[in-house]
Design a protein around this ligand. Structure first.
Ligand SMILES: Cc1cc2nc3c(=O)[nH]c(=O)nc-3n(C[C@H](O)[C@H](O)[C@H](O)COP(=O)(O)OP(=O)(O)OC[C@H]3O[C@@H](n4cnc5c(N)ncnc54)[C@H](O)[C@@H]3O)c2cc1C
Ligand code: FES
Length: 339
């Protein structure tokens, strides 16, 4: 995760289904990312520029180029602009890869539950694990009908190549109706030992998470990626409000990239703004509590978040906080990006 801003050249646009397009970008030299991470694209739509996150469907160390896959959303500004406008040769401004929807260990067995465009980060994880890991994977992939299945042929080819490591079960609403708890549980029951990754429309993710919890999955083995639109512009330089003379500070200890920093944190400042102001390369994308790119673990003390659209109660209970929204509450705070 880094905050670097880049201009990427579009090499190709691939129509995946009637309403989904992949953008293939030339990969800048030295750019690294993890399977499951996303790019934030700056889209100069006719009615104003918007920032939108799109997961990488390419896999690091497997694909030569970067690829994101965008599915049209009815009346959506960014997704329709991408699908209607972008062509090979165009250049798009992006923030460097970010996000925490990434398996820690590719040798673990993975249970992957995707709906619609939620296949994009999952495809990256599948390709990475097959190329660089040893774990087995079950993908349950829900779609409206067969025509809506993104990467249908690519998935079939991967299963044919790795029949002992990858199993794909399609759930088609046109045939089976909307995904529901009990049948989903029966499909995934033999995988109750695996690490789970869920991405798709909100009702699908809620159903999938409930199904796994019912099978005894602990929360730390359920990873969820929520697709929301950003409201603000992460490209705008945000200056941390200058500390007021005499403003109280709290003792802050930050673990970042293997180093420990001891700082005095002014009470009025948000943690991310303060760390960037101190010259630390703290990760972020949206700066509005919507993407989790700035996620860190609270080890000691307490903070209060202005906004949180991504972390669930279980995440908070485990100590996860969003740096871009956190202000100090206790006199001493210790946080870690490395935990
Ligand atoms: C980490 C992350 C990864 C993502 N990865 C992908 C991916 O790989 N592929 C993908 O396709 N998407 C992905 N998304 C979602 C993507 O960022 C966008 O949210 C999505 O493309 C919709 O954006 P849009 O501009 O087209 O729609 P928006 O303009 O944001 O609109 C979304 C919906 O809200 C409605 N709406 C908009 N404004 C209003 C209003 N004022 N009142 C009422 N309704 C309104 C619209 O009609 C539409 O139905 C990801 C999101 C995140 C956070
Ligand atoms: S940067 Fe997106 S939630 Fe903080």
């Amino acid at each position: 995760m880094t905050t670097e801003q880049l201009r990427l050249r579009v090499l190709d646009v691939v129509q995946e289904t009637g309403d989904a397009h992949s953008l293939v970008f030339e990969a800048p030299e030295g750019l690294t990312y993890k399977a499951g991470q996303f790019l934030t694209l700056r889209l100069p739509c006719a009615d104003g520029t918007v920032a939108r996150c799109y997961s990488l469907s390419s896999a690091p160390g497997v694909d030569d180029h970067l690829q994101v896959t965008v599915k049209r959303v009815t009346d959506g500004r960014g997704s329709n602009w991408v699908c209607d406008t972008i062509k090979a040769g165009d250049e798009i401004e992006v923030l460097a890869p970010s996000g925490t929807f990434t398996p820690k260990d590719l040798s673990h067995d993975l249970l992957l539950l995707a709906g619609g465009s939620g296949i994009t980060p999952v495809m990256s994880i599948i390709k990475s694990s097959l190329a660089r890991g040893t774990g087995r994977m079950l993908l349950v992939y829900a779609n409206r009908d067969e025509k809506a299945v993104i990467f249908h042929a690519a998935l079939r080819a991967l299963v044919a190549e790795h029949p002992d490591r990858l199993l794909v079960l399609h759930w088609l609403e046109s045939v089976q109706g909307l995904p529901s708890l009990k049948p989903l549980q029966e499909m995934v029951r033999p995988w109750a030992h695996a690490d789970a990754f869920i991405c798709g429309p909100a009702p699908f993710m809620d159903c999938a998470a409930d199904a796994l919890k019912g099978l005894g999955f602990s929360r730390d083995r359920i990873h969820i990626e929520r697709f929301t639109s950003l409201a603000g512009d992460p490209w705008t330089e945000v200056q941390a409000a200058a500390p007021v003379a005499g403003e109280p500070t709290v003792d802050l200890v930050v673990e970042l990239d293997g180093e420990t920093h001891e700082l005095q944190w002014p009470q009025s400042q948000k943690l991310l703004d303060f760390l960037l102001d101190q010259g630390l390369d703290a990760p972020y994308s949206c700066r509005e509590g919507a993407c989790s790119a700035c996620g860190l673990k609270l080890l000691e003390g307490e903070v209060a978040m202005d906004n949180n659209s991504v972390l669930e109660q279980e995440d908070l209970d485990e100590g996860w906080r969003l740096a871009c929204q956190s202000r100090p509450v206790s006199d001493a705070v210790k946080v870690s990006y490395d935990d």
